[in-house]
Design a protein around this ligand. Structure first.
Ligand code: ATP
Length: 233
């Protein structure tokens, strides 16, 4: 579904991604884990088109994304739930969800909203309330639900567990895992390596702009280098 080859990007004169290669196959949950500052968010920005690529290729569903501007990538099936959620705090929960469906005018929008409420029942309870009044965990749920309203075939998730209490982290990861049954392929970027690897099929470890280790998620959890550096075990 997604193939990235030799991806490089820079902020000004400083190169921060030094040739990233990875792929995500349809139906998979793939995670990119790594410390703060490794370049994970930058990678997602390149995929969604808001950070220019200086070298390399992004192929999404057979199409070279070099020619596809950011605002057309959702139409191609690639949606992102950004770091820090970036929901519209002055709008209601329902309005935020409807914004996620801005591409569509058909009746399926209502069904999609019901699906979102089924995934996150608390959002149904709060649908008419201002999104700014939601807790951090609920805002994260809203950000994911809003991205799903765009009917993506592939969802990019940037640190959905960030800043959340353990119980909520578990709940969010459970929902991400359940997206498989909905035919949504997931690329999950996380500092919470253990949580992410537990629900992922495969994983990549990113260190200062490079992929250093990759493999099946269960192999990575068992890898002594990862256990020491990322899992605190
Ligand atoms: P985080 O967990 O903080 O999101 P990350 O792995 O996503 O970390 P990035 O945010 O992609 O890392 O940052 C990668 C590198 O690029 C870091 O050294 C960071 O300081 C730098 N960087 C990020 N954004 C910018 C920017 N807009 N201008 C200049 N440098 C930046």
């Amino acid at each position: 579904m997604l193939t990235v080859e030799g991806l490089r990007t820079r902020y000004g004169r400083i190169e921060v991604l030094h040739g990233i290669d990875f792929e995500v196959t349809s139906g998979e949950i793939v995670t990119v884990v790594g410390a703060n500052g490794a370049g994970k968010t930058t990678l997602l920005k390149c995929l969604s088109g808001i950070q220019p690529v200086t070298d390399g290729r992004i192929i999404f569903r057979g199409e070279n994304f070099a020619a596809v501007p950011a605002h057309k990538r959702l139409r191609r099936g690639l949606a992102q739930s950004p770091e820090g959620r970036q929901i519209f705090t002055n709008l209601s929960v329902e309005e935020n969800l409807r914004l996620g469906a801005f591409l569509f005018t058909d009746d399926r929008v209502e069904t999609d909203m019901e699906d979102a409420f089924a995934l996150f029942p608390i959002l149904r309870e709060k649908r008419n309330l201002s999104a700014g009044g939601l807790s951090g965990g609920q805002q994260q749920m809203l950000a994911i639900a809003r991205a799903l309203m765009g009917r993506p075939s592939c969802l990019l998730l940037d640190e959905p567990s960030m800043g959340l209490a353990p119980l909520l982290v578990a709940q969010i990861f459970d929902v991400v895992k359940s997206l498989k049954a909905r035919d949504v392929t997931v690329l999950l970027v996380e500092q919470n390596a253990f949580g992410a690897l537990k629900i992922a099929d495969r994983g990549y470890v990113m260190e200062t702009g490079r992929i250093t280790i990759q493999g099946a998620a269960d192999e990575l959890i068992a890898d002594p280098r990862i256990r020491e550096a990322y899992l605190g075990l």
